[in-house]
Design a protein around this ligand. Sequence first.
Ligand code: NAP
Length: 290
Amino acid sequence: MKLLDGKVCADSLVADISRRVAGYVDSGLRKPHMTVILVGEHAPSESYVKSKIKSCENAGFESALLRFPESVTETELLEKIAAINADHATDGLIVQLPVPNHINSQNIINAIDPEKDIDGFHPTNFGRMTLGQKAFRPATAYGICKLLQFYEIPVKAKHCVVIGRSNIVGKPISIMLSNDFEIGNATVTLTHIETPRELLLDETRRADIIIVAVGIPGFVTEDMIKDGVVMIDVGINRLQTGKLVGDVDFENVSKKCSWITPVPGGVGRMTVAALMINTLMAYQNNFDLA
Ligand code: NAP
């Protein structure tokens, strides 16, 4: 078993971005700029936002964190997003999800200018990505593709099973791996909560690559997989002991895998790296750079 080390891959990608940014700045351009909106106090979101801001520093980007209280209204948030959309000094905008229940998250996503939508959640980007057109690709799914590419994991013509169909992970990665992208052309099965257990097991036991994003600790067990599978664990679950674990029973499953992502230090790191790639692309679009 070998580790698909998200830290090693992300550090390499961010170092490359930082070299490019240094070149742009040397030629007289301003730095790329990411703005993050954070609503309320949500411990995991605080930690995700912190790592995004830190990664901006490493990539040579400017960043701004705009905090709003839990009580902020949807209208106030939409007004702020409209102002940032109109601001040419911001290349990329993220509204950290989840937002409080009184705010409709889809309305928020839809309000972000697709040209600044570095999370890749706006219907325009999601649609373009689905059609195989140039787009900001959803960051976690894009990060997984970059990780597979970095470790030269064969994907073309492989049988890939995705467990979980969320709009931010399962659905986009199933589309991206089945598309004719630089990493893709796999035969993909997307499973979800209505997939009968027997069917799920049929699929996972003959899968070459499994991507699991369900948010259930230990969901994938050793009896569900074949020897040599590539396992991508997207889950981030905090146990009562405080330990962070994924959706895979790592100790037992890893023994049967050819490659596996650790949690932490796997897909999470790649999500942030993919955001940096998207922000650089937004900046390059903004300045008509190649
Ligand atoms: P989500 O929105 O809660 O979606 C979970 C998906 O799993 C749903 O599609 C659900 O099906 C499906 N599911 C639930 N139980 C299932 C079962 N027994 N069999 C098959 N499918 C089942 O979660 P998410 O946002 O995708 O996140 C999933 C996990 O990944 C969480 O632990 C989250 O913290 C983590 N995450 C990590 C990153 C990262 O950067 N590493 C990024 C995002 C999320 P239904 O649609 O039918 O309900």
